[in-house]
Design a protein around this ligand. Sequence first.
Ligand SMILES: *[C@@H]1O[C@H](CO)[C@@H](O)[C@H](O)[C@H]1NC(C)=O
Ligand SMILES: *[C@@H]1O[C@H](CO)[C@@H](O)[C@H](O)[C@H]1NC(C)=O
Length: 256
Amino acid sequence: MKSILLLSALCARASAFSIPDGHPLVHWRPAGPGDANHGLLPHDGKNITEEQTANALKLSINLNEDVAKSQFQEALATNPTPGATTFSLDDLSRHNIIEHDASLSRQDHYFGDDQNFNPVIFDQTRSHWKGLFINVHEAALARKARVETSNATNPEFTLSKSALTLTYGESAVYIVTFGDRSAGTVRKSWVEYFFEFERLPTELGWTKHEDEITSSDLNSMAQRVIDATESSDEEKHSLLRRRDFHAGHTARRHHH
Ligand SMILES: *[C@@H]1O[C@H](CO)[C@@H](O)[C@H](O)[C@H]1NC(C)=O
Ligand SMILES: *[C@@H]1O[C@H](CO)[C@@H](O)[C@H](O)[C@H]1NC(C)=O
């Protein structure tokens, strides 16, 4: 998986960064009195450089520098100015570049506001998260349900191949960033907080990993989400086959 765009936005505050969901941080807060600007990102969210991106992601979530730089390249592609060397948070929200349909927490562009947290959409997502911790299987089900719902209800549903890849990456990102990279589990309340408030769940007790997040962490978690999605498809198909068989059986009995 070449392109996992985990960040969609970054934040000037070390305590916050991005929506792993194709969505920029829309409520960009200007510096207030007493606000520490860590010298990372411009407070107006504009003209963000590669170095600022890498620093912000290192400091906020301990993301490997090369991964951060490739994220920056993805973000750069959203800046419509030819030859640009910086991007602005506003650029990230252009539909179908990074922002995409079937988000876990925002409604599709077709239905209107695709930027702000949408509790109805997110309720569908979190209905698949049954316990205190989300596992890979539940992450896969939640992602798949959103894709299927959007596909079935949005007449302009679009998910390019790269956006589809992105959706797996986004599920991987919240597990890896907030959870246990080997177990593939993550505390649900931290993930909910992150999506809802667009802030790192520091005040709930989360801290960044001591070992940096690498591309192999992200790729292997994304692959686990893909595998879990495929095995849930197979389960569904085999259930359907069994149901067909029973239906056929009942029908035959009925005829006798
Ligand atoms: C900074 O970003 C704004 C919009 O995002 C753009 O209009 C402006 O040209 C940029 N400035 C530089 C120096 O790149
Ligand atoms: C959307 O639905 C169509 C028709 O059922 C299907 O062929 C397509 O693969 C679906 N797209 C995605 C991304 O699941």
